[in-house]
Design a binder for this molecule. Structure first.
Ligand code: SF4
Length: 285
């Protein structure tokens, strides 16, 4: 397999220079290096510019409702545990409309990989503030500056019990590919929050803005990704310096591993026993 084997006949319609391109190539290369084929993978997309990726990447794909990518992905994984199930959704979809689903899937440790296109705006709708926009940000929906403080996906996931928490950058596709590979190999809920510059509407969090600030946790002397206290400290670092890489990784039993009825063959591969429900249906007639 090569990355182009994951191409479809559609060309991406994202704006030239959009961070989505780096994320897409990093994901395709990660799938290739893991030896996965299109038929082994389901990517569930949210609504937003990132969601259009459903047309541009050849795997099984499901373009879900806004904020509902997590339940779709969890359901698919329970039905077919042999599939690699990945979510790709925007920061608004993930931490706004889908926040409840996100937290509860983390709590249960559903065995899915969750990738957030974090551009700090609602970009498909032309640049309104999102849950990750910083306090004071002026956008079309907040002309006098945003009142709320930004959601911190790293500390939020840590406090909810997530066992794999990482941050990537669309401007460092090789590093991002490694984040995706580690996240997919991790058993349980794995989060990769990716800084994905929106070159059209976000004139603050540009590629340069990130290049000037980012440092790799992987290269930080003494950093242990199994140490929750260290992870919390790094999760709170923001400003002139911003860490990226794997913040935290430990083992936890998954949601599916606690369901004995999933032992053996994947549900989707078992014969379907059709029951006659005529009598039951009559009760509701
Ligand atoms: Fe990318 Fe922003 Fe264009 Fe959407 S609007 S495709 S996020 S650059």
């Amino acid at each position: 397999m090569k990355a182009k084997d994951f191409d479809t006949s559609y060309k991406p319609s994202w704006c030239p220079g959009c961070g989505n391109f780096g994320m897409q190539i990093a994901m395709k290369n990660a799938l290739v290096e893991l030896g996965l084929k299109p038929e082994n993978v389901l990517i569930v997309y949210g609504i937003g510019c990132s969601g259009n990726g459903a047309n541009f990447t050849k795997t099984y794909a499901w373009h879900s409702l806004h904020g509902r990518s997590v339940p779709s992905a969890v359901g698919a994984k329970l039905a077919n545990k042999d599939l690699t199930v990945i979510v790709m959704a925007g920061d608004g979809d993930s931490y706004g409309e889908g926040m409840g689903h996100f937290i509860h899937a983390v709590r249960g440790n559903a065995d899915i990989t969750y990738v957030t296109h974090d551009n700090k705006l609602y970009s498909l709708t032309t640049g309104q503030s999102a849950p990750t926009s910083e306090k004071g940000t002026k956008t079309k929906s907040t002309p006098d500056g945003l009142i709320e403080v930004a959601v911190n996906p790293m500390s939020l996931a840590l406090s909810a019990g997530c066992a794999f928490i990482s941050r990537g950058f669309a401007g460092d596709a090789d590093h991002l590919k490694e984040m995706f590979k580690s996240a997919i190999l991790h058993k349980g809920f794995s989060l990769v929050d990716v800084f994905q510059p929106c070159v059209t509407f976000n004139k603050i969090n540009t590629f340069k803005w990130y290049y000037d600030r980012l440092y790799k946790l992987d290269a930080k002397p003494g950093y242990k990704k199994t140490d929750k206290n260290q992870a919390f400290k790094e999760a709170l670092v923001w400003g002139n310096k911003i860490p990226y890489g794997i913040f935290y990784e430990v083992k936890r039993d998954t949601y599916g591993s606690n369901l004995p009825q999933l032992n053996g063959k994947a549900l989707a591969k078992r014969p379907i026993k059709v029951k006659d429900i005529t009598a039951l249906a009559k009760e509701f007639a």
